[in-house]
Design a protein around this ligand. Structure first.
Ligand SMILES: [Zn+2]
Length: 349
C-alpha cells in the first residue's frame, strides 16, 4: 500500500490546512507554487520571510469575521518539510501509521498481499531500499518478520526508529506472533506511533494527537463488538486449523479446542499434521463437539481443505479469516467484518 505524497495531495493539504485560515487574506496564486514535484516540498530558497512550518498558531487567532482586510499580506504557501518516511513490515501496521500520521507521513507496507502466506515471504531489493531510507520502521517481531532484522542490519542508519510491536505488548519468543488479532494491541501501536511522530515533528503533535483520538474512537466499535459477542458466546467451542485468530477468539472468551496443538502447529509451519492429530480433528468436527471451524484463507493446504469439506458435509459452519489486511478497508473495518461473519456462524444463521 504505497501512500505517495503526490502534487495533487499536496494541493489538497494546502487547501485544507492553509486556505481556511487565510480565507480573508489575499494569497499568492497557489497553482504556481504547487506545480512542482513532491521533492519541492523541501524548504524553498527563493521566497522571503518564509516560515519553516505550517502557519504559526497565532495566525489561527485571526478573527474570521473581521472586516475585509485593507492590507495585502504576502504569504508564500506554507513550506513543509518532506513527509516522515515510515516502512511497516505488515500492512495493518502501515494502515494505522497512515491513520495517525495523515499527510505528514509517507508509508510503505511490505507484507500486503492477502493471497500469499506471509510466513513464506522473501524480501526484495525494493524492501531493502525502503528500509534503508525509512525514518521509522514498524515490525511485529517474534520471528514473524525476521527478514526486517536482516534488512535493518544491512543498512544501518543512526537516527532510524524501530517500533517492535511485540515489545509494546510484552510478548516473548515462542508466543503466538499474530498480535494484531488481540484487540488490545493496536491502540498501543497507534499511541506509540503518535508519540514517535510527535518527537520527530513536535510542531504537528496536536495534529497527531487529534488523529490518535479519532483512531481510538473508531477502535471502540471493535471493542464493543468483542464485548457483545463475549456476553453471548463465552465458552463456545471453536476449532481453528491454525493459530492466526486465537488472540481474538480468546478475547471473545471462546473455547479454542486443541489450541496450538499438533494439528495447528503443523499447519502454521507448513507441515503435515501427524495422523493421530488429524483423527482427533476429524472427530471434533463429525461429533459436533465444535460449533464453528475457523480457517486461515492464506494458509490453505490439502489437509485444511479436507477439514473444510468435512465440516461442510457435517453442517458445521466455517469462518475464513485472513492474516493480512485486505486492500481498501481499514484495520478496524477488517476486524469488524470478520467478527460479524463469526457472529453469524456462532448464531447458526
Ligand atoms: Zn500466521
Amino acid at each position: 500500500m504505497f501512500r505517495v505524497f503526490s502534487p495533487s495531495s499536496w494541493r489538497r493539504f494546502l487547501a485544507r490546512a492553509v486556505l481556511p485560515e487565510l480565507a480573508l487574506i489575499v494569497l499568492l496564486p497557489l497553482g504556481v507554487a504547487c506545480a512542482g514535484t513532491p521533492s519541492r516540498l523541501a524548504p524553498m530558497s527563493t521566497t522571503q520571510a518564509v516560515p519553516n512550518r505550517p502557519v504559526p498558531s497565532t495566525a489561527t487567532t485571526l478573527p474570521t469575521m473581521a472586516p475585509a482586510p485593507t492590507v495585502t499580506t504576502i504569504l508564500s504557501p506554507t513550506v513543509k518539510s518532506s513527509p516522515i518516511s515510515i516502512v511497516a513490515a505488515e500492512n495493518f501496521y502501515g494502515d494505522v501509521a497512515t491513520q495517525i500520521g495523515g499527510d505528514r507521513v509517507r508509508v510503505v507496507s511490505i507484507l500486503k498481499d492477502p493471497n500469499v502466506d506471509p510466513h513464506e515471504y522473501e524480501s526484495s531489493v525494493d524492501d531493502a531500499k525502503a528500509i534503508g531510507s525509512a525514518q521509522i520502521v514498524i515490525k511485529n517481531g517474534l520471528g514473524y518478520d525476521a527478514f526486517v532484522d536482516k534488512l535493518l542490519s544491512a543498512s544501518p542508519r543512526p537516527n532510524r526508529i524501530v517500533i517492535e510491536v511485540s515489545q509494546l505488548t510484552g510478548h516473548t519468543d515462542g508466543d503466538n506472533p499474530h498480535l494484531w488479532y488481540d484487540p488490545s494491541t493496536m491502540p498501543k501501536v497507534a499511541q506509540k506511533i503518535a508519540q514517535t511522530l510527535s518527537e520527530i515533528d513536535p510542531s504537528d503533535s496536536a495534529y497527531f494527537a487529534g488523529r490518535l483520538q479519532r483512531f481510538d474512537a473508531s477502535e471502540k466499535a471493535v471493542d464493543d463488538q468483542v464485548a457483545a459477542m463475549k456476553t453471548k458466546y463465552r465458552g463456545t467451542k471453536v476449532l481453528p486449523t491454525e493459530p492466526v485468530f486465537d488472540y481474538m477468539a480468546e478475547a471473545i472468551g471462546l473455547d479454542i479446542i486443541d489450541k496450538e496443538g499438533d494439528f495447528q502447529r503443523a499447519v502454521e509451519e507448513g507441515n503435515d499434521p501427524p495422523a493421530s492429530a488429524v483423527a482427533t480433528f476429524r472427530q471434533e468436527i463429525t461429533s459436533h463437539t465444535i460449533k464453528v471451524l475457523i480457517y486461515n484463507r492464506q494458509t490453505i493446504t490439502p489437509i485444511t481443505t479436507q477439514m473444510q469439506n468435512l465440516a461442510k458435509q457435517n453442517q458445521v459452519p466455517i469462518v475464513a479469516v485472513s492474516e493480512t489486511e485486505p486492500d481498501g478497508i481499514t484495520y478496524q473495518q477488517w476486524m469488524l467484518d470478520q467478527l460479524k461473519t463469526l457472529q453469524q456462524a456462532l448464531s447458526g444463521q
